[in-house]
Ligand binder design. Structure first.
Ligand code: FAD
Length: 291
């Protein structure tokens, strides 16, 4: 079912993000995690595409199995970097054939080590082009786009980035999922600015439970999101005094409070970045009041 229709039926909700394990030997364990998290009744689960060298076939296969074997509505991510129109069309046709109705349309990052990568030479320069392309070829698909409460790192200003997110909606995005963030004021400000531009689609906030200092630093380095100084100091203090377990506990408590405040403040739901692990999201999900 289309996510844009599901949201009309159930809000607030929880949704989950997974990445396809590269090694197929890890898939049985991965699907055990998916099954464990089903108890949270996620409205949908999104499956990343190509990030960190993962293959697109794996994204398709995992999303298909989520839908048909596990009864979870998938949102398949799709990036256009390095892709031709034929390649994107081939992937979209496979989604259509697998009865997958939701896609998160993204431009993607430059290939690793190519910081001066020239997107102007690409067939699809921006996510807006991908969104338009999908709308023209597969009008029945429910297409989403990414939003950045702290602005995309390449944007010259917060204002210009918000304008581009609004353009995604103008081109056909029916929902938006945000980059992770830790200060809810950034999310509510982003939503206000989008609404002022006439954007009326759901903006689903992405929440990352910090499970260890090492993985948090790695992820924040990749996506460019900022961690508030006082939260970072608390995590470091927890680590010094209580080690990894104390960091984990603090991370879960912070994410739970953050998610509850988002919901209480009017967010349509919360999208949890699971990092393919069940325990943290189970703890957060069962403590949240999303009913
Ligand atoms: P764009 O929307 O194209 O934005 C890139 C820059 O261009 C921004 O500065 C924007 O303001 C500007 N811009 C956008 N449209 C226009 C326009 N029409 N004209 C001029 N400027 C414009 N990466 C992966 O590889 N795989 C994934 O599965 C994945 N999932 C993600 C999920 C979420 C929720 C988010 C937030 C990010 C995800 N990413 C993923 C990372 C993403 O690919 C990067 O953030 C990438 O750098 C930008 O992708 P985008 O779709 O937001 O690009």
């Amino acid at each position: 079912m289309r996510v844009c229709d599901l949201i009309k039926q159930k809000s607030p909700f929880l949704s989950l993000e997974f990445f396809p394990p590269k090694d197929k030997d890890a898939w049985p364990g991965f699907f055990e995690v998916v099954e464990k998290l089903k108890v949270l009744e996620p409205l949908f689960a999104s499956v990343t595409y190509g990030a960190g060298g993962g293959t697109q076939d794996n994204t398709l296969e995992i999303a298909t199995r989520m839908k048909h074997d596990h009864g979870i509505e998938p949102v398949t991510h799709l990036t256009s970097v390095g892709a031709s129109a034929d390649k994107l069309d081939g992937f979209l046709k496979s989604l259509h054939d697998a009865d997958i109705e939701n896609v998160l349309a993204l431009r993607g990052d430059p290939p690793q080590g190519q910081d001066d990568f020239d997107f102007s030479a690409q067939e699809f320069q921006h996510a807006t082009d991908v969104i338009k392309f999908i709308g023209e070829r597969y009008p029945e698909m429910c297409v989403g786009g990414a939003a950045y409460p702290e602005a995309h790192p390449e944007s010259p200003s917060i204002r210009s980035d918000i304008d581009m997110v609004a353009l995604k909606v103008e081109k056909g995005a029916r929902f938006l999922v945000t980059q992770l963030f830790f200060d809810n004021r950034l999310y509510f400000d982003c939503v206000d600015r989008l609404q002022a531009l006439g954007v009326d689609v759901p903006v689903i906030p992405g929440v990352l439970p910090i499970m260890s200092l090492k993985s948090a630093k790695f992820i924040l380095g990749l996506c460019g999101a900022a961690i508030p100084g006082n939260y970072l100091s608390s995590l470091e203090k927890a680590h010094t005094e209580g080690g990894d377990d104390a960091v984990y506990e603090l991370g879960i408590a912070y994410a739970t409070k953050q998610a509850q405040e988002l919901i209480d403040g009017g967010a349509p739901g919360v999208h949890l970045y699971t990092l393919n692990r069940a325990e943290a999201c189970l703890e957060i999900g069962t403590n949240l009041n999303v009913k």
